[in-house]
Ligand binder design. Structure first.
Ligand code: F6P
Length: 331
């Protein structure tokens, strides 16, 4: 079936969230559902991502189904990582469930794993799918910001501010680990925003030695310091970094704090709610226009479409201007 036929043939869309959850996913679900209804489409919510698709766990979505959720973290459709969908048999089952439920197009909200699965699904079954970038990691190509990133940053900033109070009172050095399995983007921005003395991210290959050199210059200083380490940094995590620091500078009162999954929860910020709303509307409109196999993002305030295969390319470089700011301001 060609793209033009899909334009006129979409009567029912399915929406699902997949992979790690992110604040703002509910706002995105709401936008997709209400835009679908606005254009007289039927909308099905698919529970637990590809897992629920395979199991036929579909629920009809009405205006009210998405009432009172714009402010809630997590995802009302729940989420999962599906091993079965990685198999041809699993994807065949998912396709059959879509046919059985008369779903003829999909909006997938998730990250790189979600879009990798969607790409293969399109190749095999020619199902129109558009994607929304839902991950706190901000590590997708084709959007300035992903859904959940801004909220996660604000959560980190709030936590670091609190840690700074106690660090300051005790003249302690705190090594704080933030999320980002393959990416330092949470560490980079939250580090700037919290006034960290040093930031360790995989993209800049910051190793423990560079931190030691930095601490050397203020060797006698027992003033409190905040060091932000990305989970995915090559340095081996906050506990390893702290061990090395303690060995070299035993006079420093060093503590570790791993912020963990609090970064994935909480009410989405206004920025995330607006981003999710814009992207959700565009995803449905773009399906109706015959687009498929692309992630909808916003670059410099404008909607952009990026093929899934390009969206999932890992971002290996950080904005050099931001890194320069780190160097200037952390002196
Ligand atoms: O959502 C992305 C992410 O937060 C990564 O930064 C982190 O490594 C991962 O999810 C952890 O997810 P989970 O605990 O669900 O496996």
């Amino acid at each position: 079936m060609g793209i033009d036929n899909y334009m006129s043939s979409i009567k029912k869309i399915g929406v699902f969230t997949s992979g790690g959850d992110a604040p703002g996913m509910n706002a995105a679900i709401r936008a997709v559902v209400r835009t679908g209804l606005y254009y007289d489409l039927e909308v099905a919510g698919i529970m637990r991502g590809y897992e629920g698709m395979i199991a036929g766990d579909f629920i009809p979505m009405e205006r009210k189904s998405v009432g009172n959720i714009i402010q809630r973290g997590g995802t009302i459709l729940k989420t999962a990582r599906s091993d079965e969908f990685r198999t041809k048999e699993g994807r065949q089952k998912a396709y059959e469930q879509l046919k059985k439920n008369n779903v003829d197009a999909l909006v997938a909200i998730g990250g790189d794993g979600t879009f990798t699965g969607a790409s293969i699904f399109i190749e095999e079954f020619n199902i129109p799918i558009m994607g929304l970038p839902g991950t706190i990691d901000n590590d997708l190509v084709g959007t300035d910001f992903t859904i959940g990133y801004d909220t996660a940053l604000n959560t980190v900033i709030d936590a670091v501010d609190k840690i700074r109070d106690t660090a300051e009172s005790h003249d302690r050095l705190f090594i704080i680990e933030v999320m980002g399995r393959d990416s330092g983007l949470i560490a980079l921005r939250s580090g700037i925003g919290s006034g960290a003395a040093f930031i360790m991210i995989p993209e800049m290959k910051t190793d423990v030695n560079s931190l030691l050199r930095r601490l050397e210059t203020g060797r006698q200083s027992k003033a409190s310091k905040i060091i932000i380490v990305a989970e995915g940094d090559d340095a081996g995590g906050a506990f390893h970094v702290a061990k090395v620091v303690k060995e070299k500078f035993p006079h420093l009162d060093t503590r570790v704090s791993v912020l963990g999954h609090i970064q994935r929860g909480g009410a989405p910020s206004c920025t995330d709610r607006v981003l999710s709303s814009r992207l959700g509307v565009s995803a449905v409109e773009s399906l109706r226009e015959g687009r498929m196999g692309e992630m909808v993002g916003i670059i410099n305030g404008e909607i952009h479409y990026t093929p899934f295969k390009n969206a999932i390319k890992h971002i290996s470089e950080v904005n050099p201007n931001l890194w320069k700011i780190v160097q200037i301001l952390s002196v």
